[in-house]
Design a protein around this ligand. Structure first.
Ligand SMILES: [Zn+2]
Length: 65
């Protein structure tokens, strides 16, 4: 399991705004905790959790190319 920061490559205002939308809780605006873990042999499961509300706001499956 490995945490990845989406802010690493944020260089423009628009990118930062987008990342803020993606990485902050819609309820309390707290930074979401992002977790990535293997799901099968060729997929990664992404989960975003708000530490404040203790809710999982999204879960996505990413296919590895
Ligand atoms: Zn929240």
């Amino acid at each position: 399991m490995k945490d990845i920061s989406y802010y690493e490559n944020a260089q423009t205002v628009s990118q930062t705004a987008y990342l803020k939308l993606q990485c902050n809780c819609v309820l309390c605006n707290t930074n979401l905790e992002l977790k990535f873990e293997p799901c099968g042999e060729s997929e990664i499961r992404e989960e975003a959790t708000c530490p404040q509300c203790e809710i999982r706001t999204r879960a996505k499956i990413h296919s590895l190319q």
